[in-house]
Unconditional design. Structure first.
Length: 108
């Protein structure tokens, strides 16, 4: 058996495999199992992260839609108020100039 040191870590060379002398308990099978377990955990985490991103996106879209609806209502209300204000001014001017209400002509 030959012992070599790579980057300060002692290894023994046996059957073309490097095994750590400090912890020779891990076999290729153990490492494969650990890698499989890690991949499964990683897959689960990716799924959780993806789900969280989807939920957050849906939450943001819902929030945006609500804000958008509120802005549409505010803009519509402002337009209605401005239209009423313009109509009132027009009506007042028409009364002064012509002596009758425009609303009498349109039936409102």
């Amino acid at each position: 058996m030959q012992v070599v040191e790579t980057e300060g870590n002692p290894y023994e060379l046996r059957q073309d495999k490097k095994l750590n002398i400090e912890n020779p308990l891990y076999t290729i099978s153990d490492i494969t199992k650990m890698m499989t377990m890690f991949e499964q955990m990683n897959s689960t985490q990716i799924t959780k992260i993806t789900d969280a991103m989807i939920n957050k996106t849906e939450e943001d879209i819902t929030k945006f839609e609500k804000q958008n609806d509120e802005w549409i209502i505010k803009i519509t209300d402002a337009m209605i108020n401005k239209t009423e204000e313009i109509f009132t001014r027009f009506e007042e001017k028409n009364i002064l100039e012509n002596g009758f209400n425009v609303s009498d002509l349109i039936g409102s």
